[in-house]
Design a protein around this ligand. Structure first.
Ligand code: AMP
Length: 206
C-alpha cells in the first residue's frame, strides 16, 4: 500500500445523505467508497467487536477511537489485499470517519486528505424525518427511536463538526444536501473529478 492513501472525506450530519451519495460515487470506476457505519454493521453480532458496536450504536454513541481506528485500518488493508480497493489508482471516499478530532490526528499517517465534501442540510427536522424513514426501511436500530436520533445529532455537533476546522478551509467544499440525487451527485463530482484526475498513477482511461 502507498504510505498515505489519496482520500476525500464525505462529511455531514447523520441523515445528510453521505451513504447514498457515497455509494453512487463508489459505482464510478476510480472511486472507492468506504463507510465505517457499514463496516461496523457487517460485524458478527456475536463477536466481541460486534457486541462493542451494539453497545454504543444502540444509544447513538460513537465507538471508542482506538477500537474504530484499529478495525478501520485492518478493513482497508483487507479490501486492498482482496483487490476490491486499488490504493494506487482509486480515490478513497471515506464516509463516517474521522468522526472525532482524536481520530483525525490518529489517521494522519494513513490518509492524505485532498478534499472534504461537507453535505449540509439546513433543516434539522427534515433530517430527523429522513433518519426515521430509513430506520424503518433498513431495520437500523440506531435511528428507530427519536431520542437516539437526537443524541446522534448532538454528538455530531459536539464531537464531529470540530473535525472540519482541522483542515485547510481551501479544501473544504460546502454542498447543499437537499436536492435530487443526480443534482447533489453532480455538485460533488464537480469537486472530486479534478481531484481524482490528479491522483491516480495508473490511469484507466477509456
Ligand atoms: P453511521 O452509519 O455512519 O451513522 O454509523 C452508525 C454507527 O456506527 C455510529 O452511530 C457509531 O456508533 C458507529 N460509527 C461509525 N463510524 C464511526 C466512527 N468513525 N467512530 C466511532 N463510531 C463510529
Amino acid at each position: 500500500m502507498p504510505d498515505r492513501l489519496k482520500t476525500v472525506l464525505l462529511f455531514g450530519a447523520p441523515g445528510a445523505g453521505k451513504g447514498t451519495q457515497g455509494s453512487l460515487l463508489g459505482g464510478i470506476p476510480g472511486y472507492f467508497h468506504m463507510s465505517t457505519g457499514d463496516m461496523f454493521r457487517t460485524l458478527d453480532k456475536e463477536s466481541e467487536l460486534g457486541q462493542i458496536f451494539y453497545e454504543y450504536s444502540s444509544k447513538g454513541e460513537l465507538v471508542p477511537d482506538e477500537v474504530t481506528l484499529e478495525l478501520w485500518h485492518t478493513y482497508v488493508h483487507a479490501l486492498a489485499i482482496l483487490g476490491m480497493y486499488k490504493p494506487y489508482s482509486d480515490l478513497l471516499i471515506l464516509d463516517g470517519i474521522p468522526r472525532t478530532v482524536a481520530q483525525t490526528t490518529l489517521m494522519e499517517k494513513y490518509i492524505d486528505v485532498l478534499g472534504v465534501i461537507h453535505l449540509r442540510a439546513s433543516n434539522q427536522e427534515d433530517m430527523i424525518a429522513r433518519l426515521h424513514n430509513r430506520a424503518i426501511e433498513q431495520n437500523r436500530i440506531d435511528d428507530a427511536k427519536e431520542d437516539v436520533i437526537r443524541n446522534r445529532l448532538a454528538i455530531y455537533e459536539r464531537e464531529t463538526r470540530p473535525v472540519l476546522n482541522h483542515y485547510d478551509q481551501s479544501i473544504v467544499h460546502e454542498i447543499d444536501a437537499i436536492g435530487t440525487l443526480g443534482g447533489v451527485l453532480s455538485n460533488i463530482l464537480q469537486v472530486v473529478a479534478p481531484i481524482q484526475d490528479t491522483c491516480h498513477t495508473n490511469p484507466a482511461k477509456v
